[in-house]
Write a protein that binds this ligand. Structure first.
Ligand SMILES: Nc1nc2c(ncn2[C@@H]2O[C@H](COP(=O)(O)OP(=O)(O)O)[C@@H](O)[C@H]2O)c(=O)[nH]1
Ligand SMILES: [Mg+2]
Ligand SMILES: [Zn+2]
Length: 373
């Protein structure tokens, strides 16, 4: 073996073949736990795209993997467990196909709240470290939408960063736009960028640490693909008047886990049109940290910030410190979160009931078998 390595560090610590895809010690531990007891030889792989009944994986080469019967059954019983973009999985070779034998424990998930009454929450992406929320400078900004995106991001456990895109189109309004964005993004970094003019890209690139997995959130036309291309320094995504769904795009599957020059990864997930605030209200409260801070100073611990005396929230509105629109949106989002939570609970109860019935039926059958009936 040659010892003329140009990089002595990598010789001491040879990089894992999957490190360019975000492999780290946490994932390694999760994989070892699964592979250790497996009857087959398993390999780790990262899901770049979920399809019907199969996934596109990186091994690190591009492959398609079918779901093993166990993984498929688990996914049918609980769609939350189905392998999705960004998931780390254990695969094995079976004949001339790859099979996903297990989905490794996730560090966090970006979940879209189920909208229909009986619909399940949908995992948009797994193992996401950071979310880049794009809001176009020339169309708003829509602060209510930003608050929803921020709630979603915080709930996932990933850190949000906001990009005000197409900055040059805002002209003189730019400072006002950025100020509005900052008024609803307490504790979140805001970058002003222009993909077309190359503005703010270096600063944003510096935030993209090697091995970190990012997801872009924003409405169709917000400039997400253009920004990604500008950051990548090459066309990795199609831009412009292309429908933001699977059918309308001509990008090939291997483009769905995009490695940036600095070593960060971007997951391309289906466009999210409607953001329902998750029933788990923790992300929402984080997105409204400024309001919550005020609420701690209310005289009554259970203050509803209505007409009670000593309400610090209402006082802040009266003094012009807190925008009354933001307060109204907080009330509305909390109500929504409450509805979604109770709906989720009802769904969970129904599922438990079904499972209990199934188990007792199986139990009865097992008992009958044992007794030789
Ligand atoms: N003027 C200007 N237009 C931009 C910029 N970034 C994106 N656009 C345009 O905005 C439209 C939507 O961009 P795209 O990246 O496809 O948005 P996406 O739907 O969020 O991926 C396209 O016509 C882009 O050319 C920018 O920095 N400046
Ligand atoms: Mg796009
Ligand atoms: Zn109050």
């Amino acid at each position: 073996m040659s010892h003329h390595s140009t990089n002595p560090i990598s010789e001491e610590h040879p990089a894992h073949p999957l490190s360019a895809l975000g492999w780290n010690t946490r994932v390694e531990t999760a994989f070892d736990a699964v592979a250790h007891n497996a009857p087959h030889v398993l390999l780790p792989a990262r899901v770049s795209e979920a399809r019907r009944g199969a996934v596109g994986v990186r091994l690190p080469g591009h492959e398609t993997a079918a779901l093993s019967p166990e993984v498929r059954r688990a996914a049918e019983a609980d769609p939350f467990t189905a392998p999705t973009s960004g998931d780390w999985v254990a695969v094995r070779r079976s004949g001339d196909t790859w099979l996903v034998e297990a989905v490794l424990e996730r560090s966090g998930t970006l979940v879209r709240q189920g909208v229909a009454k009986d619909s399940h929450d949908q995992v948009l992406a797994a193992n996401v470290d950071a979310v880049l929320i794009c809001e176009a400078a020339d169309q708003g900004p829509n602060v209510g939408r930003l608050e929803r995106f921020l709630s979603l991001a915080w709930t996932s456990g990933a850190a949000p960063v906001v990009a005000v895109t197409k900055a040059e189109l805002a002209g003189d309004r730019l400072p006002e736009v950025v100020e509005l964005v900052e008024s609803v993004t307490t504790g979140v970094e805001v970058h002003t960028v222009s993909a077309h003019r190359g503005l703010g890209l270096d600063e944003l690139s510096a935030r993209l640490r090697p091995g970190a997995t990012w997801v872009l959130l924003g409405t169709s036309g917000a400039g997400k693909s253009s920004l990604l291309n500008a950051l990548a320094g090459r066309p990795v995504m199609e831009t412009g008047a292309i429908r933001d769904d699977r059918r309308g795009r001509h990008t090939t599957t291997h483009r769905q886990l995009i490695a940036m020059p600095g070593g960060a990864l971007f997951l391309d997930i289906p466009g999210v049109r409607r953001i329902d605030v998750p029933g788990d209200g923790s992300g929402l409260e984080r997105a409204f940290a400024d309001v919550n801070e005020l609420a701690e100073r209310c005289r009554f611990r259970d203050c509803s910030h209505g007409a009670e005396p000593g309400c610090a929230v209402r006082a802040a509105v009266d003094e012009g410190e807190l925008d009354s629109g933001r307060l109204e949106r907080w009330f509305r989002l909390r109500r929504e979160a409450g509805w979604n939570r109770s709906r989720g609970d009802a769904r969970l109860r129904a599922e438990r009931r079904r499972e209990w019935k199934r188990n007792t039926r199986e139990g009865r059958e097992a008992g009958r078998l044992k007794r030789g009936l």
